[in-house]
Design a protein around this ligand. Structure first.
Ligand code: UD1
Ligand code: MG
Length: 454
């Protein structure tokens, strides 16, 4: 179910497209559903339907639209024509992102094609949720029904066992029950949860299985709840990494929005964000405040604080023992060999730097091939773009490019060449020689500076 507006988010973006750990809430749910090998996955869209349908994916995914949105029961009614007469339907909530596949599977098994299986949990603060009403006052009595918070009497509001929004039901019963729903309740909505009382009235067994952990059943209704769930999720990711030996300076200041694969003895300082797929080799160290996306950092490499690495699609590779930053920027296609040094305010894009090459200060390398041990001076840039096309710069091994040079591509600097500081190089520079391309320095004897008031 993903048709609701999510009024409490107070956002133009449909609620289910808000991101948790870098992925849309609904995409988390679909990823969990995809592991169940269901014959089909049906997503009910409504509010922002086109946007939602374009933003998510899953195998055998179909969409049905619900318009207007008259409640969760009405939502599932829209999907009935797509359901086979036999079989089981598992209903998940597009705004409850962290449901684990094992829990969802257990719910389907508890249904066993003939019972109504509800996923419930006890919460210290159950407000807002549908309460599980049981016979007698002892816990463990039979489930009689679900009462929505807004419809609940004061003594029902004291019930701490709540419906998580997830159930599994036999299709043939679900179809019949949904046809009989009414909307005579506090919200004037067709409540899916009313099927529970119908099952009880017919003597169909209702089983309530308890969710293993709170985190997998928490729903997102507001920015505060979204941030809260994000922190809990990040904490669990951080703990898993630390159990595997990764040393996080502070698990509360760590964000993983994708996949992070770490070798032994990796150290990560505070406030780092990892996105996409990031691989950190053995002994790699990441300084504070780095943002790293789609990159492979080899063993022993050190990324100093405030470095931004974004491999986008092409990826970034940092070689063994390389030192990057502080304040460096590596962009897609930056392939740095072992022991390469990239210093502060240096940007590298679509360039290969061989072993031991250095660009330590205030420089740009774009579309360049840089040989071993090249020293690329402060303030030097490759002028790789002529306004229409990108061109390559090739710098041979052991070349020294002085400070504040402009290498106008396409151009080749020979191996062992030296380029005098301040040169604008528009033609190839030969191997082993000094090439200087700047006005000669002149001094004018007897020249005097103009004086004020004179
Ligand atoms: C629902 C349950 C409540 C449960 C809670 C758990 C009902 C009546 N109540 O309440 O018992 O404790 O979830 O989080 O089911 N949706 C639609 N179409 C609609 C209305 C909602 O697709 O017409 C979707 C929403 O996008 C959302 C989900 O259904 O993904 C739940 O809707 P929401 O309005 O958040 O229900 P709650 O009031 O939280
Ligand atoms: Mg909700």
């Amino acid at each position: 179910m993903a048709a609701g507006k999510g009024t409490r988010m107070k956002s133009r973006l449909p609620k289910v497209l808000h991101r948790l750990a870098g992925r849309a809430l609904l995409q988390h749910v679909l990823d969990a559903a995809a592991t169940l090998q269901a014959s089909r996955i049906i997503t009910i869209t409504g509010h922002g339907a086109e946007q939602v349908e374009a933003a998510v994916q899953a195998p055998a995914l179909q969409f049905v639209r619900q318009s207007p949105q008259l409640g969760t029961g009405h939502a599932v009614q829209q999907a009935l024509p797509l359901l086979q007469d036999e079989g089981t339907t598992l209903i998940l909530n597009g705004d409850v992102p962290l449901i684990r596949p094992e829990t969802a599977r257990a719910l389907v098994e508890a249904c066993a094609g003939e019972r109504l299986a509800l996923l419930t949990i006890e919460l210290d603060d159950p407000s807002g949720y549908g309460r599980i009403v049981r016979s007698g006052d002892a816990r463990g009595g039979h489930v009689l029904g679900i009462v929505e918070h807004k419809d609940a009497a004061p003594e029902q509001r004291a019930i701490r066992e709540v419906y998580t929004g997830m159930m599994a039901a036999p299709n043939r019963l679900l179809k019949r029950w949904l046809a009989e729903l009414r909307n005579d309740n506090a919200q004037g909505e067709y409540y899916l949860t009313d099927v529970v009382a119908m099952a009880v009235a017919e003597g169909v067994p209702v089983v309530a299985s308890h969710a293993g952990s709170e985190i997998e059943v928490l729903g997102v209704n507001s920015p505060l709840q979204l941030a809260d769930l994000e922190r809990r999720f990040q904490r669990s990711r951080a703990e898993a990494l630390m159990e595997a030996g990764v040393r996080l300076a502070d698990p509360a200041r760590f964000d993983l929005r994708g996949e992070l694969v770490c070798g032994g003895d990796v150290e990560i300082d505070v406030n780092c964000v990892f996105e996409g797929r990031v691989v950190l080799g053995e002994g790699a160290r990441i300084g504070a405040n780095c943002v790293i996306r789609n990159a492979e950092i080899a063993a022993g490499a050190v990324i100093h604080p405030f470095t931004h690495i974004d491999g986008e699609k092409a990826g970034v590779q940092v070689g063994e023992g390389a030192m990057i930053g502080p304040f460096a920027r590596l962009r897609p296609g930056a392939v740095l060999g072992p022991e390469v040094h990239i210093g502060n305010f240096v940007e590298v894009k679509n360039s290969t730097l061989a072993r031991g090459a250095k660009a330590n200060h205030l420089a740009y390398l774009g579309d360049a091939t840089v040989g071993e041990r090249v020293n690329y001076g402060a303030g030097s840039i490759t002028a790789n773009y002529d306004g229409a096309n990108k061109h390559r710069t090739v710098i041979g091994a052991d070349a020294h490019v002085g400070s504040n040079c402009v290498l106008v591509a396409p151009v080749t600097i020979g191996a062992g060449a030296t380029i005098g500081g301040g040169s604008t190089i528009t033609k190839d520079a030969p191997e082993g020689q000094l090439t200087v391309a700047r006005a000669r320095q002149a001094s004018l004897p007897g020249w005097t500076r103009p004086k004020k008031g004179g």
